[in-house]
Design a protein around this ligand. Sequence first.
Ligand code: PGA
Length: 310
Amino acid sequence: MNLTLRQLRIFEAVARLLSFTRASEELHLTQPAVSMQIKQMEQVVGLPLFEQVGKKIHLTEAGHEMAQYSRRILGIMAEAEQVIAEMKGLSRGRLTISVASTANYFVPRLWATFRAQHPDVNVSLNVTNRAGLIQALAENATDLVIMGQPPENLDLVAESFMPNPLVVVAPPSHPLARKKKIPLGRLQQETFLVREPGSGTRSLMERVFAEKGLELSTPMEMSSTEAIKQGVEAGLGLALLSAHTLEMESALKRLVILDVEGFPVVRDWYIVHRAGKRLSAVAQAFKDFVMRETPRIIPVPEMKKRPRAD
Ligand code: PGA
């Protein structure tokens, strides 16, 4: 049947409204143009599609059949248009991601792999601590957030995508570096380097120690994980950090993970957005990518460093 999409659209409108006049108004066409297209369509089909009874028009049996098929064909066309529009959105899209400073040790690698598949997509990556992330979510100022512990007082969609092991680190020369099964209480004698208030790592650390009834003596505050790692290496104290931040230092043996009882404390990493937010094609694609591909891209970090047998 040599019918055009234009004819199907006109026919669908007349069949739905059962009026040439109303269909012509809806389609912004003249009534004779609509009648002409229907007549041509009836010639192609070889059967009448409408019949006139008094002043009203009705669909014939062939008209009913054609109306059903027209709706299906036009529905599939609309779906195809939607898919293509989304693909255009994806190839030209722009995304704002806010990540916990601790998560920034692996998020750029995820983004780089995603970007290799979608070279025209651009990102604005905002790195801040947990408090900054909560503010960005509250102000709806970001598409996606990657963080350790989603807050409970905001209406969020949060999905975990990877375990987040937290470990106690020391310089290799520290007396505890070679000990096994160090009791948690023993850490009370040590100075700890801690992140700034507002850091998720810091609040987790406070919670873990409080749960065990331990109080940290003379913690020393530093506002970045890098500063803390440098401080631990320099012998200023111990620290509790996500194992995801230690890849280089562990490989170069600049820091060791202590074998402390109850550690690692394993939490999860989450990808988060506001519950009502309509994610763009790019945001949805990146979220799906993170959920699906992270285990392939990010290695499981070393969690316990046993003393060497030399
Ligand atoms: P932060 O991140 O310590 O850099 O705030 C960790 C988290 O989100 O829990």
